[in-house]
Write a protein that binds this ligand. Structure first.
Ligand SMILES: Cc1cc2nc3c(=O)[nH]c(=O)nc-3n(C[C@H](O)[C@H](O)[C@H](O)COP(=O)(O)O)c2cc1C
Length: 274
């Protein structure tokens, strides 16, 4: 079969070939330009990536606040954060579960790698299930304190006076087991930066619960595999953290700790040293 250009006069064929060369060269230049980084579409004012289909965007809802209000809000947040402590003795008094669920909704607004939202929050209030969780956690913790933990780790834990006994797992009216999804519905649905994403979401959850007036303990029985089994979670999920939630027990005490001052944790790179 003859090529489509075969019947054209020589001059037209030359012109067509020149056009094809021009198109190829301009494509190469355009790709090189785009691979330098995100390109801002001047009409839409948004970044697009070379070769990527445009996704729907909406205007950012950002509220610009007066300077004194910004200062007041950051001071208030700091004061609230300073008041948070890990609580190891809980009252059995019921807690408003709608508040807890709203705090979980807050945690679920966290940023995540490629917006995969790789978390599941298991809210356990069933007393029988809490008893089973306590039993399994204490079995692991007995092994941890007696055999698995190196002496240096036990020495670091001494100020907290923790033991293998975990009554808070039954006393606290709610346990939130945070699960990290290693991948999605199938292994092909990859998740990225899972630990970082779930860590950020968990931090937001702890902060939200504290701000709402509830106490928590960041608990990591070691190892935590038993939680996935007891909760019947899929193999794509691994237990990340266990948070007992409730009101502190009457007369609850906490270790006398101090936090590193700002100057010990903040390094400024403002050009003033050079
Ligand atoms: C990742 C992580 C794991 C923790 N695991 C436990 C734990 O298993 N048991 C416990 O009693 N406290 C645990 N804690 C609580 C820490 O001991 C506590 O956050 C720290 O001593 C500071 O005290 P604060 O939370 O009252 O400020 C854990 C904290 C973090 C961040």
């Amino acid at each position: 079969m003859a090529k489509p250009t075969g019947d054209l006069p020589l001059d037209a064929r030359h012109r067509l070939r020149s056009l094809a060369v021009f198109v190829v060269i301009s494509r190469i230049f355009s790709i090189r330009k785009h691979t330098d980084g995100p390109r801002v579409d001047p009409r839409a004012g948004r970044a697009t990536l070379a070769g990527m289909p445009e996704s729907p965007h909406v205007p950012l809802a950002f509220r610009r606040r007066p300077l004194d209000e910004m200062r007041k809000r950051s001071e208030r947040t700091l004061e609230v954060a300073r008041g948070r402590r890990s609580v190891r003795f809980f009252s059995r008094e019921p807690i408003p579960l709608d508040v807890v669920e709203r705090c979980i909704a807050t945690a679920a607004t966290a940023p995540s790698g490629a917006h995969k939202q790789p978390w599941t929050f298991c809210l356990v209030t069933d007393p029988a299930l809490k008893t089973r969780i306590r039993g399994a956690a204490e079995a692991e913790e007995r092994e941890f304190y007696a055999k698995r933990a190196p002496a240096s780790w036990l020495a670091d834990l001494a100020p907290f006076a923790t033991t293998a006994s975990k009554p808070f797992l039954e006393d606290a009216p709610a346990l939130i087991v945070v699960m990290a999804q290693r991948f999605g519905a199938t292994r092909e649905d990859a998740h990225y930066y899972v630990t970082e994403s779930v860590g950020i979401a968990t931090g937001m959850l702890i902060a939200a619960l504290h701000d709402a007036g509830l106490a928590t303990l960041t608990h990591t029985p070691s190892p935590m595999k038993f939680l996935a089994e007891l909760l019947g979670r899929p193999s794509s999920e691994r237990p990340f953290l266990l948070l007992p939630v409730g009101f502190p027990a009457e007369g609850c005490e906490v270790p006398d700790l101090s936090r590193k001052p700002l100057e010990a944790v903040l390094v400024r790179y403002d050009g003033s040293a050079s």
